[in-house]
Design a protein around this ligand. Structure first.
Ligand SMILES: Nc1nc2c(ncn2[C@@H]2O[C@H](COP(=O)(O)OP(=O)(O)OP(=O)(O)O)[C@@H](O)[C@H]2O)c(=O)[nH]1
Length: 590
């Protein structure tokens, strides 16, 4: 049996008792899985029988359960020495299973199997794959298994610093006593590998006691071997021999070749140093016979060395030469293996470094992509902001343009309208009148201008005040506006003087408009102005383009003259621009 395989069984013992498979839907298959797992390391026959039962139940198994069965089958193949098949099946579970726990165990199995088949690079790669999953594994015992396996394999690969690290990591945790016992042994092994001498024996003695109490003879006696080495290094050869001899039966009973080889190898070496050539040869032969057939192992190499030196001391040169040849061959083979393991380790480190660099590169690329995304998001936001700002500026601009227009219109209206009466003022009336006259001329229509001036308005102001005068002016404007025809222009020329321009009106029509105004003024309630206020009257003057021509000036001049004539003739009457004055009824005659 290969030494590494024994360690797989040791780990299996720890794990087998501790890790039931997680229960899932198909209860029968689950209970069978648990049963199989429970006997996996303790009872190979029961394990094989349970696996056969599981094979029959495969049809009703879920995908996850099938993967678990496959992993158990891989364990069986590994225990049966079919390492290549076991590795293949464990690899397929690792690749296919989505469950972290299963992947983790499968990777550890590959790492163990590959160490046995001396596929060191493969072993280290899957050990590192398993360790990468370790923190995600929820089951504490499974995580312990990861640290134990890492410590065992790194020690085997000659990477004692890593072996020590994983052993101490497990010791620092709240691990099971059995795991701690193995971890103690692995830590001491790593320290010896690193050439660290034990200053204090308390630690190793405690570890021996703890492992012995747990009935773990392999770990206990491996530790005793290191204690013996320590004593021997201090010159206490006899004590070392006594320690090893006392427990030799227990060592032999384990049947574990590595342990038997190591302890007998040490006894052979120490007995030779004590001059017991016969005893040294017995233990050296025992180491070679029972220490396994692994030509690369150190105990076997040192056994050949002891036999060579013993033969030399006995002057048996023939045997010495033969033993020396075997010693040299096995030592070379061991050194080649040490180099191969070191090379595999360096290779796996290199691969890991490359993998990490690729991951880092990918992360950087992701960071760059994320930054680019952020940037384009920000630039989109900026664009939106810009559009919003532009819209706002346009909105504000439009608002201000509207406001300015409104103000302009207000000013324009204020410039055109008489503020007291709300009708056109003199300037605007004049402008509009020009336009109307041009239009009338263009269409061949006659136009008439009616001027009216309130009579004795000064008296109203003087007697009833300016406010009463204003009110009277507003009433006059409203009354005359009502007398206008549609399309007529009406304006206040200033003071108490008003004008109406009517397109399409001849002199008779103008007179009618004036009369209409006069009648409307007559019905204004003068009592509202003040007590005993006189009726409001006005004097009217009319002129038309037929007699006065198309210019506003001549039309105005003639209407004004007619209006003054009305004043002169007694007021409250209408006069036209013709020699014939129009007689109307005055308020006096009414
Ligand atoms: N309340 C008020 N009075 C005004 C306004 N504009 C002019 N007046 C007054 O109108 C009066 C015009 O008087 P006059 O020009 O002497 O004419 P009159 O008194 O109407 O006499 P005749 O035109 O000859 O009939 C003055 O007293 C002015 O102060 C105004 O906007 N409001």
């Amino acid at each position: 049996m290969k030494p590494e395989k024994i360690w797989i069984d040791v780990i299996g013992c720890v794990l087998g008792a501790l890790i039931p498979f997680t229960a899932v839907a198909a209860t029968d298959v689950d209970s069978l899985l648990r049963k199989t797992e429970a006997v996996r390391t303790s009872d190979p026959h029961a394990f094989a029988a349970a696996l056969t039962q599981l094979d029959e139940a495969q049809r009703s198994a879920t995908r996850s359960q099938k993967q678990k069965i496959k992993l158990l089958r891989a364990y069986q193949r590994m225990a049966g020495g079919k390492y290549d098949t076991a590795i293949r099946e464990a690899l397929s579970v690792y690749e296919e299973s989505p469950e972290t726990s299963l992947k983790f165990r499968a990777a550890l199995l590959v790492a163990n199997g590959a160490a046995i088949t001396r596929e060191f690079s493969l072993g280290l790669r899957y050990l590192e794959s398993a360790l990468a999953l370790q923190d995600q594994v929820s089951n504490a015992e499974e995580r312990e298994l990861g640290s134990l396996t890492a410590s065992i394999l790194y020690n085997q690969y000659g990477q004692f610093a890593l072996g020590q690290h994983f052993a101490e990591r497990l010791l620092a945790q709240d691990a099971s006593p059995r795991s701690k016992c193995f971890a103690q042994q692995l830590r001491i092994e790593a320290l010896f590998g690193l050439g660290v001498s034990l200053d204090d024996e308390t630690g190793i003695n405690t570890a021996i006691s703890q492992c012995a109490a747990l009935r773990e003879p392999i770990a206990t006696n491996l530790l005793r071997g290191y204690l013996a080495r320590h004593w021997a290094s201090k010159g206490k050869i006899s004590a070392a021999i006594e320690l090893l001899e006392t427990n030799l039966k227990e060592v032999e009973d384990t049947g574990y070749p590595r342990l038997i080889g190591e302890i007998n190898g040490l006894l052979a070496e120490y007995r030779l140093r004590n001059g017991d050539i016969r005893g040294a040869e017995i233990h050296a032969h025992r180491a070679l016979k029972k220490g396994g057939n692994d030509a690369y192992s150190l105990p076997l190499v040192s056994a050949h060395k002891v036999l060579y030196e013993a033969a030399l001391r006995r002057d048996d040169l023939k045997t010495a030469l033969n033993e020396y040849r075997q010693y040299a061959e096995s030592d070379k083979a061991r050194l080649d293996e040490v180099k191969a393991r070191e090379f595999a380790f360096q290779l796996s480190r290199h691969e890991l470094q490359q993998k990490n660099q690729s991951i880092e590169l990918l992360q950087r690329q992701n960071d760059v992509l994320r930054l680019q995304q952020d940037l384009s998001k920000k630039s989109a936001q900026n664009n939106q902001l810009l559009v919003a700002m532009l819209l706002m500026v346009l909105g504000v601009g439009a608002y201000w343009a509207y406001k300015i227009k409104r103000v302009q219109m207000m000013f324009r209206r204020q410039a055109q309208v008489d503020s007291l009466t709300g009708i056109s003022n003199r300037g605007h009336f004049r402008e509009e009148a020009e336009v109307h006259l041009a239009r009338c001329k263009a269409t061949g229509k006659e136009a008439a201008l009616v001027l009216l001036d309130l009579d004795n308005f000064k008296r109203i102001n003087d007697r009833y005040g300016h406010t009463a005068g204003d009110s009277a002016l507003r009433q006059v404007a409203a009354a005359c506006h009502a007398a206008c025809r549609e399309g007529d222009l009406f304006g206040r020329l200033g003071g108490e003087e008003f004008a109406i321009l009517s397109c399409g009106a001849d002199l008779h029509a103008a007179e009618r408009i004036a009369q209409q105004c006069r009648e409307r003024l007559a019905v204004i309630d003068s009592a509202a102005i003040g007590e005993d206020a006189p009726a409001i009257t006005a004097s009217f003057g009319c002129a038309t383009t037929r007699l006065s021509g198309d210019s506003f000036e001549s039309l105005f001049m003639h209407a004004d003259r007619a209006m003054y004539r009305a004043k002169a003739e007694g007021r409250d009457r209408v006069c036209t621009h013709e020699e014939r004055p129009v007689l109307v009824r005055t308020s006096a005659t009414a």
